[in-house]
Structures are given as structure tokens and as C-alpha cells.
Design a protein. Sequence first.
Length: 355
Amino acid sequence: MKKNNRYLRQQTLEQIGVEGQKQLLESRVLVIGAGGLGCPLLQILASTGVGYLTVVDFDRVATHNLARQMLFRNQDVGRYKTEVVAEYLKAYFPDCKVAYHTALFHENNAAELIRTHDVVVDATDDINTRYLINDYCVLHNKPLVFAALYKFEGQLTVFNYKGGPSLRCLYPKKPQYQEIPTCEQSGMLATVSSSLAQFQATEVIKVLLGLPGVLSGTLWYYDFLNHSQRSIEFKVNAAQLEYVKNKKAETEHKIHISIEELGSYEGYNWIDLRSKEETPLLPFEFIFQLPVSSENFLDKLQDQCESAKPILFFCQSGSRAKKAQELCLNSGLQNSFALLNSIEDISTYLSTQCQ
């Protein structure tokens, strides 16, 4: 391969050269999240010559995204982020092949997405998704480039690199959802997210090319307000890796469930997806009937449910429960389950529980 004028300056670096550029063009990177971190990071990776990019996000472009997610324009509001990102990258970076998945990253698509890529990038801001990404990277032995934001502070590290530590080695106990504020709750400045994304993209390139100094086993903090930084070293926790490899962590990521796993019926928002004509009737006051075909299904669902309890969908046989649960996942509503038992089994269970 001869020097490509498009990448001439970076090919001049002895750490990259012609062979390194060829390696980048043959690399496959999965980026989960197309927001404040994902947008600038995707643009940088494509401009650097990464040959294959896959972006995963369920969300649509909103007006409040425009101030910091530079790939989106006014006319993109209302469109799916993944579609807009793919169009932009294909138009401006012809060497980059782009695939996209307009869906939430969850246990049903995690393995297929992760196993086909060389490096995975966590550009999300949801703690449950972060642990799910980490666990599947451990199971499939893929390096994970991780970044997180809180107000003016950024964090950066690389998990699961050449046998190095994972997210669970650093934080064995997953925080409760309400303990970790999202960017929507805490706020974000465009200069902070885009700057951190540049550091994150650099780690991706270092991993792809096997360059020295990869932030494996080191969590790097940077305070953009005071321009101060510090690092925390952490090591492999063999027990945590075995916890994931033995698939004991799978229960944390379940989206389908059976009545044998429920425990008490009182811990859920029960949603009956059947029509009023279907039998048997379940005359329990804690059950809310909402057919999955209802107009404004998701809005009605959120109005009805107690936010502290997970949502539990059921129907005659489980098929509509799966559909409703998928709708929730693709809309960013994560705290829900599809109950897969038959309606007869569910009726027997509830009748026994409520005696």
C-alpha cells in the first residue's frame, strides 16, 4: 500500500506509517451511543481512516442535542440519530463503511454486535448499559474503550485489553440506577464532551495499532474547569471475571422472565396486553389493561406505572409481551420484563399468591 494523501500527515508518524494506516482501514469498531461523546468520536475515527464503523443508538435527534452533537443540523430534528450519522460519515469519508442499528443495546443483540468487531466503544450514559457492554466484551474477549462525563469532569480507561481488568474489577458492585446521574440530570458542556471524545478516539487508535501507553488498569480523571488531572490504578479481580465468564451476571441483564423467577407479585407494574374480550379474565386491581396496539401505547404506559417498580408485560402466550418489551427497549425504557408463561399459568400463580 502506497501513502494515501488523505492520511499523509498521520502516516508520516513513525508509529503509524503505511502499514499502520492499512491496519486502520481493515479495522472494525463498534460505537454504542451517538450523543455528546459518540458524535465527535465517530467523526474522528472515520477521518482517521478506520475502515468499518457500526453505530448503535435508539434515540431521535432533539433540539437540545444540537448544541453539542455536531453531526446534527436543524433539519435533522425528529430523525433517528443513527440514520443521520451514517449519511454524514458516508458522504464525507468514502473509505469508511458504516453500519447502524436503531435500537437499544440489550441482551438480545449484544453478542452478535460485539463478536464481529475488533474494539468496542462505550459512549453511553446509562449504568445498566455500561455493565452489559462490559460483560459481553469479557465474554467475547474484546477491548472496551470507556469514557464517562460528570459536569466538568471526564473519566477515561480501557477495559479488557490483553487480559487486563474490566469494569467489574474497578467497580464490583453495580450502582443502583438512581445513584448515577445521567447527563440529562447533571448537565453537560459541548467543549467537555467533545474534548473527552478526542481522548477516547486516541485510545481506540492505540488499541487498534498496538501502540504503547494504552490506559489499561488506569482510570484517568480530568477536570476541565481547573485543568487538573489524576489517575487511579486498578488490577484484575479474578473473582469478578469468573462471575461474568460463568454467566452468573446474566440475571442482571434479563429482559424475559418466568413466574418461577418472580418472587412476590407486589414488586411489579402488571400490564395485561390482551383485549377485553380475551379470557380468562384476571380480576386483580393491581393489573392495568393496555393492549399493545393502543394509540400512544408508551405514553399511556409511563403515565400508569410507578417508576420505582419494573414493568411486567403479559398476554396469552408471551408473544405480545416480547413485542411490548422490545418497544420499551427501543424507546429507552429499560426497567421492564416480558413474562413468557401461558395465561393459564399466570392465572394460577396470581390466584395462589393473592389468597
